[in-house]
Write a protein that binds this ligand. Structure first.
Ligand code: FES
Length: 387
């Protein structure tokens, strides 16, 4: 992948930067949250509770400049995300520009807000890959979770266009207590759609999912059931369908290397241009996140306090500091440490060595026991719950 920049309008040219620190590797990929607008209202959305309004969104020229800066920085992939990225009328232009500057481009979508001609225009612009989310395999449940009528028909039609175009397709199935019994049907759906990859991802409890934890958390027995079904399907579909599996941290014993480690491989850019080390970083109090409107991206990546704060291993407390896994899990997830312990610098409670580990498992057991709680607090721009 080339990092070269083709002929660009002046406003699309990268801002001048200080040299990137030699000790900081370039990011592998960037998640571009083009907008927080979305026709769906999923109660586990990873967007923040307080979302950016359309008036605050970066313009087409600003996004093109940012994409050029990312290429100059040495990143290889851009993921167009949201909200629902296809509601941006300039998505085709942004994909084309990303391809022109050498990126592998991925569209993360619900498939519910795009027509066939527009999808074909994206392919024409050079879109490389599509990741399509499903709320459930069972249509009525999918409607209830997304809060959108006829959602399944729209998604199935969209998946058909993707396959017709020969574009690689990943199906993303988000699993929680209220759809967990349909795991076999979700695997069958991915097979039927000729997906190349299926991501079975248990809800991770940040943002809206944290607000809905008691309605979403599975029991340990349900988790074990899904794990067994996924392992079985991996054997059955070996060579036909790759299945990724993301377990909920609340039942884990070792932390995951969240985002591949803070400020190591990924960055998120919000609709209004704030640059974050992860999608939930804004929940951490006392941190400020620079904007691409004010500072060159390379400068932010290499030098911003928000990226330096938990980068590498120097910030780690015990037991992380002396742990032989510290350069494997990079301390786990800072946002989860904050959500459970109140301290973003604490050991991730998903780790069995954390003094909060038992408390986290207790929270999971209590939340999963609330089987009478099935009502969702839907993701709505105007109805962000107070926190
Ligand atoms: Fe922020 Fe894991 S989500 S570090």
């Amino acid at each position: 992948v080339s990092g070269g920049v083709p002929d660009l309008a002046p406003e699309q040219l990268p801002l001048p930067v200080r040299p990137v620190s030699p000790s900081v590797e370039p990011p592998l990929a960037a998640l571009l949250e083009l907008t927080h607008r979305c026709p769906l209202q999923c109660p586990y959305c990873s967007n923040p509770l307080e979302m950016d309004r359309v008036q605050a969104e970066l313009t087409t020229e600003e996004w093109c400049r940012v994409i050029s800066e990312l290429a100059m920085l040495g990143a290889l992939q851009v993921h167009f995300s949201g909200g629902e990225p296809t509601v941006r009328q300039d998505l085709v232009d942004l994909v084309r520009h990303a391809r022109e500057v050498g990126f592998y481009t991925n569209l993360i979508t619900s498939g519910a807000a795009i027509t066939r001609p527009r999808f074909l225009a994206l392919i024409d612009a050079g879109l490389d890959h599509v990741q399509l989310s499903f709320q459930d395999a069972e249509p009525n449940s999918a409607v209830r979770i997304s809060h959108v009528p006829n959602i399944q028909e729209k998604k199935l039609a969209f998946a058909g266009w993707v396959r017709e175009s020969g574009t690689p397709l990943t199906v993303n199935a988000v699993i929680h207590r209220q759809n967990i019994d349909h795991i076999d049907a979700m695997i069958d759906l991915a097979v039927k759609l000729h997906a190349n990859r299926l991501e079975v991802a248990h809800v991770q409890y940040y943002g809206w999912a944290l607000a809905n934890r008691a309605a979403l958390m599975p029991s340990r027995a349900q988790l074990e059931f899904v794990t067994e079904r996924v392992m079985d399907a991996r054997e059955r579909y070996r060579g036909k369908l790759v299945i990724d599996y993301v377990v909920p941290d609340y039942y884990a014993h070792q932390p995951k290397a969240c985002m591949g480690g803070w400020g190591r491989q990924f960055l998120n850019i919000t609709p209004s241009g704030k640059v974050l080390p992860c999608h939930a970083a804004e929940t951490i109090p006392g941190m400020t996140f620079p904007s691409v409107r004010e500072q060159p991206l390379a400068d932010i990546w290499a030098h911003a306090e928000a990226f330096q704060r938990f980068r590498g291993t120097d910030w780690m407390p015990e037991p992380c500091r002396g742990c032989d896994q510290r350069e494997i899990d990079w301390g786990g997830c800072r946002c989860q440490a904050l959500a459970i312990t109140g301290d973003a610098a604490a050991a991730d409670p998903a780790c069995a060595k954390s003094s909060w580990h038992a408390a986290m498992q207790e929270i999971a057991a209590t939340a999963s026991d609330a089987s009478s709680q099935t009502d969702f607090r839907y993701r709505r721009m105007a109805a962000a719950p107070k926190h």
